[in-house]
Design a protein. Structure first.
Length: 255
C-alpha cells in the first residue's frame, strides 16, 4: 500500500473486495475467479518492487550470527541511502522535553490552562538551565507532540487559534483539551444553528460578522508586526478583552 501506484491499488482492491463476496458465479467460487483476475491484471505497478529493506530471520541460527548479519546489512543500507547514525533520546530526555512543553503551555491534568503557563526564563531559573537549552527542549517537545519540526509558522498554525480562543473568546472545553480518547460525534442542535453562533467562531462586539479563531490570530499577528499599539489593534478588531494583548505580544517575542 505504501509503494504501489493508486491505479494499481484500486485494481487489486477490487479483486479482493469481489473475492470477499459470498455469492459464487456460475458455480465457481469467488476466490478462484478473483485469483485468476489478479494473475491477469495488466498493471505496471505489479511488475515493480519497493526499494526498501526486508529481512527474514532463521530462528535456528545463533543470536550472535543474526546480530552480526544485521549489523552488516544496516551498514550497507545506511551507506546506500546516505544515512548517518542517529542517537535516539533516552526516556529521561523525552520526559524532560515533555515537561518543558507542559510548563510552557500550561498543560495540567489533561487540559491547557493559561494561568499555569511559564515563560522560558522562569523554566530556566527553576531548573538551573540556560534559556537556550530550555528553548531547544521545548522545540523537541513540540516535535514529539505534533509530529512536525518546530518553527514559528508551525506553532502559529497549530496553537495560535487555541491561544486566541483562550484569551479572546470561549469556544468551550473542546478547544482547550488535548484528546486522550476518541469521543463519539454529536449533532449540533437546531437551536444552535438557527442562532448563528456556530462553534469555533468568535463574535465581534459591535457587528454581526463572525471570524474563525485562526483568522483573528493572523490579523493580530500582522498588526503587531506592523507596530500597531494595543489600543489600535483593539479598536480595529473590536476585541472583547484588549487587556490580554500584551500576553500575545510576549508570546510572539518568545516564539
Amino acid at each position: 500500500m505504501a509503494y504501489l501506484p493508486k491505479e494499481t491499488l484500486a485494481e487489486v482492491g477490487l479483486c479482493m473486495m469481489h473475492a470477499g463476496l459470498e455469492k459464487d458465479i456460475d458455480g465457481e467460487p469467488r476466490k478462484l475467479r478473483e485469483i485468476r483476475n489478479l494473475i491477469n491484471l495488466d498493471c505496471a505497478g505489479l511488475d515493480s518492487y519497493p526499494d526498501h529493506p526486508f529481512v527474514s530471520i532463521n530462528p535456528a541460527a545463533s543470536s550472535r550470527d543474526i546480530k552480526d548479519s544485521m549489523n552488516q546489512l544496516l551498514a550497507e543500507w545506511k551507506r546506500e541511502q546516505g544515512l548517518s547514525e542517529q542517537r535516539i533520546p533516552s526516556k529521561e530526555k523525552l520526559e524532560t522535553y515533555l515537561q518543558v512543553w507542559d510548563d510552557r503551555e500550561g498543560w495540567f491534568k489533561g487540559e491547557y490552562i493559561r494561568a499555569r503557563e511559564m515563560t522560558f526564563s522562569e523554566i530556566a531559573n527553576r531548573n538551573d538551565r540556560s534559556i537556550k537549552t530550555v528553548h531547544n527542549q521545548y522545540k523537541s517537545g513540540f516535535q514529539l507532540i505534533t509530529g512536525h519540526e518546530y518553527s514559528v509558522d508551525n506553532w502559529s498554525e497549530l496553537f495560535g487559534p487555541l491561544k486566541v480562543s483562550e484569551i479572546f473568546g470561549d469556544f468551550g472545553r473542546a478547544t482547550r483539551l488535548r484528546p486522550l480518547i476518541q469521543k463519539t460525534r454529536r449533532a449540533i442542535p437546531e437551536s444552535v444553528i438557527s442562532s448563528g453562533q456556530l462553534p469555533g467562531f468568535i463574535s465581534r462586539n459591535s457587528c454581526t460578522e463572525e471570524i474563525p479563531a485562526e483568522g483573528l490570530f493572523r490579523q493580530i499577528k500582522q498588526l503587531i508586526a506592523a507596530e500597531k499599539s494595543d489600543q489600535e489593534i483593539a479598536e480595529e478588531l473590536d476585541l472583547q478583552h484588549p487587556e490580554y494583548l500584551p500576553l500575545l505580544r510576549r508570546r510572539f517575542d518568545e516564539i
